[in-house]
Design a protein around this ligand. Structure first.
Ligand SMILES: [Zn+2]
Length: 260
C-alpha cells in the first residue's frame, strides 16, 4: 500500500471501500478503473503534468504493433523478475513494460507510478493485476523504505536517493536509457550517450553498484501512421510533409545495478 502524500504526512494508507485513508484522516478516491491519484497541488507545475492523452495513445499503438517486443524481452531477461519480487516501475507511462512483465510472472507484485493521469488510467484499464498510482516520483516515491526488491526506470526521470530508499539492501535497479541511435532516422542526428554519466551518478556516492550493461536494439519498417505515432510519442510537431513509410530504429541502453 502506498503512503499518504499530503505534505509531510507520509503515513501508511489503508483501503476503506472506494478510498485510501491515512490515520490522520486524509483520503484519496480509488478511480473506477482502479488507480489512485496521490498527486498534491504542490507536486505539479502545470494543470495536466506529464504525457498527454495523445502521446499515451500513440505510444500504446506502437507497443501493440509489437515493435517494442524485442526491447521488452531484453528488459525481462536482465531484470529476471520472479514471483517473490516486489517491483516498482517509476515513470511507468501507460504500463506496457511492468504490465507485460507481471503477466508473464503470476504472483509477483507490480506497482507503477507516473505523473500523467491519462497514462496511469490507460495502465489501470489494461493491466488490472498491478497497482497504479499517479504521483510525482521526482520528489517523493509514496512507498515505505525497503518496500521493493526491484525498481525499473525505463526512459524515465531518475531519482537516485528515492530509488535507494524504497529498495531493500541487495535489491536491483534496472535503468533503461534511450541509446544514441534510438529513433535516429526521425531525429536526424544521434542522441547524447548517457551511460557513463548515469553509471557515475548511481555508483559514485549514489549507493549502487553496476553489475551488468547491455544495449537492446531493434528496427522496423513503419507505415505513415506508425511514423506519426512515434512523432506524437516524442512530441515532435506533425511535419507538414508527412514522412512516408520508413525504417526506424528503437534502441535502449540497459543498466542493472544492485543497491549496496
Ligand atoms: Zn495523511
Amino acid at each position: 500500500m502506498p503512503l499518504c502524500t499530503v505534505r509531510d504526512c507520509r503515513l501508511a494508507l489503508t483501503r476503506e471501500q472506494r478510498t485510501l485513508v491515512c490515520p490522520r484522516g486524509h483520503s484519496f478516491d480509488i478511480a473506477r478503473s482502479g488507480y489512485v491519484n496521490l498527486l498534491q497541488p504542490q507536486d505539479k507545475k502545470s494543470k495536466d503534468p506529464g504525457d498527454t492523452a495523445a502521446a499515451v495513445a500513440g505510444r500504446r499503438r506502437l507497443h501493440d504493433r509489437g515493435l517494442t517486443q524485442p526491447l521488452l524481452h531484453a528488459i525481462a531477461d536482465l531484470a529476471r523478475i520472479s514471483a517473490d519480487d516486489s517491483a516498482l516501475d517509476a515513470g511507468c507511462g501507460e504500463g506496457f513494460y511492468l504490465g507485460s512483465l507481471a503477466r508473464e510472472i503470476p504472483g509477483h507484485s507490480g506497482h507503477g507510478i507516473d505523473i500523467s493521469i491519462p497514462a496511469i488510467e490507460a495502465a489501470a484499464k489494461r493491466y488490472p493485476d498491478c497497482e497504479w498510482i499517479v504521483a510525482n516520483a521526482d520528489r517523493f516515491i509514496p512507498y515505505a523504505g525497503a518496500a521493493f526488491s526491484i525498481v525499473l526506470s525505463i526512459t524515465a526521470r531518475m531519482n537516485a536517493p528515492e530509488f535507494r530508499r524504497v529498495l531493500r539492501p541487495g535489491g536491483r535497479l534496472l535503468v533503461a536509457l534511450p541509446a544514441p541511435d534510438d529513433l535516429i532516422e526521425l531525429r536526424g542526428k544521434g542522441r547524447e550517450d548517457r551511460v557513463a554519466r548515469t553509471v557515475a551518478e548511481f555508483s559514485q556516492g549514489g549507493g549502487f553498484t553496476l553489475v551488468e550493461q547491455r544495449r537492446a536494439t531493434t528496427s522496423a519498417e513503419l507505415d505513415t501512421d506508425a511514423v506519426q505515432d512515434v512523432l506524437h510519442s516524442i512530441y515532435r510537431p506533425i511535419q507538414a510533409e508527412a514522412p512516408a513509410a520508413m525504417r526506424v530504429t528503437f534502441s535502449l541502453d540497459l543498466l542493472l545495478f544492485v543497491r549496496v
